[in-house]
Design a protein around this ligand. Structure first.
Ligand SMILES: CC(C)(COP(=O)(O)OP(=O)(O)OC[C@H]1O[C@@H](n2cnc3c(N)ncnc32)[C@H](O)[C@@H]1OP(=O)(O)O)[C@@H](O)C(=O)NCCC(=O)NCCS
Length: 272
């Protein structure tokens, strides 16, 4: 792949390419070229990952007010499927951080689907964003090729871009686990079914341990394509688990992405 350039987008043609990416990723255009253009000019950021003159990824954020502070709300980031897992999402987030810091912004917030393990790996593991809220059916039923009609539950994350924690996460990456995940209690017991998808066997909502794990599938998109009923159950089950434990005083401390050591399984780590 030719080197990707991460830069602000300015031309109408480039904003049209962002519409094309949204269509290819979600099946519809949530933020029109006009809105991208006006946000870029008057109070926000539209970044692109450009490869050989083609925009293959984009990030859109606007100025917003949250908890009485001026922040950037990042409403969209997408990378075309053929260009994923090459660090473009990470590089766009880093470029966004630099621009926001230069504007005196200390916090970038956005939402993501807790069942999307790739997003969790990027947002929590790599960037060190903090989960602040669980919103059931955040956007209502909206036409999205990713959602496939499931309720659009979302975590709200706050990436405190000037904090020492975020800085050290970016500088040093994730440090080795100070605990052995295999010994931590599980809020959901799972098993692999005949289709090769994991399913919940039992939920545990009365744990009091300091660090319970919540397993999620590492292949949510494939599951939604092949077994929507199971994917719907995952939505209901994880909604129960996260709502319960966040209300009980736990927070999301980390995300353990799939690895050979974990047999390809991945987990949120909750912390009381
Ligand atoms: C989310 C998205 C923008 C990320 O873009 P990207 O360029 O693939 O991101 P990166 O390559 O920087 O990071 C992806 C990380 O996920 C990891 N990953 C890949 N597959 C994974 C999986 N199944 N489970 C967990 N992590 C996974 C990668 O290894 C990488 O981590 P690493 O850099 O530590 O190795 C892209 O996947 C996308 O467009 N998704 C659909 C739209 C969306 O969900 N947008 C965000 C909400 S608006």
């Amino acid at each position: 792949m030719p080197r990707a350039q991460i830069r602000l987008l300015h031309r109408v043609e480039e904003f049209r390419q962002c519409e094309r990416i949204q269509k290819s990723v979600w099946g519809n255009v949530g933020v029109s070229g006009e809105l991208l253009a006006v946000t870029q000019k008057y109070g926000g950021v539209v970044l692109g990952a450009v490869v050989g003159g083609k925009v293959v990824g984009c990030l859109y954020a606007f100025l917003a007010c949250r908890h009485k502070a001026l922040i950037h709300w990042s409403h969209i980031m997408a990378v075309e499927p053929g260009y994923r897992d090459q660090g473009l999402g990470f590089l766009m987030k880093l470029a966004h951080r630099r621009l926001a810091l230069a504007q005196g912004i200390k916090s970038i917030c956005w939402t993501y689907d807790p069942l999307q393990s790739r997003n969790a790996a990027l947002n929590i593991t790599r960037l060190g964003a903090r989960v602040e809220e669980y919103i059931p059916d955040c956007y209502g039923r909206f036409p999205s090729a990713i959602e496939k009609g499931l309720p659009s539950d979302r975590f709200v994350v706050d990436w405190r871009i000037a904090s020492p924690a975020a800085e050290s996460r970016l500088r040093e990456g994730r440090q080795p686990c100070p605990y052995d995940p295999a010994r931590l209690p599980r809020a959901n017991e799972t098993r692999l079914n005949v289709q090769g998808f994991i399913e919940n066997v039992r939920l545990h909502l009365r744990l009091r341990a300091p660090r319970p794990l919540v397993e999620i599938p590492s292949n949510t998109d494939a599951m939604r394509s092949k077994d929507l009923k199971l994917a719907r159950r995952w939505r209901t089950d994880t909604r129960k688990i996260f709502q319960h434990y966040l209300a009980a005083g736990y927070r999301v401390e980390d995300f353990l992405p799939p690895s050979p050591a974990s047999g390809g399984r991945c987990y949120y780590v909750l912390r009381r």
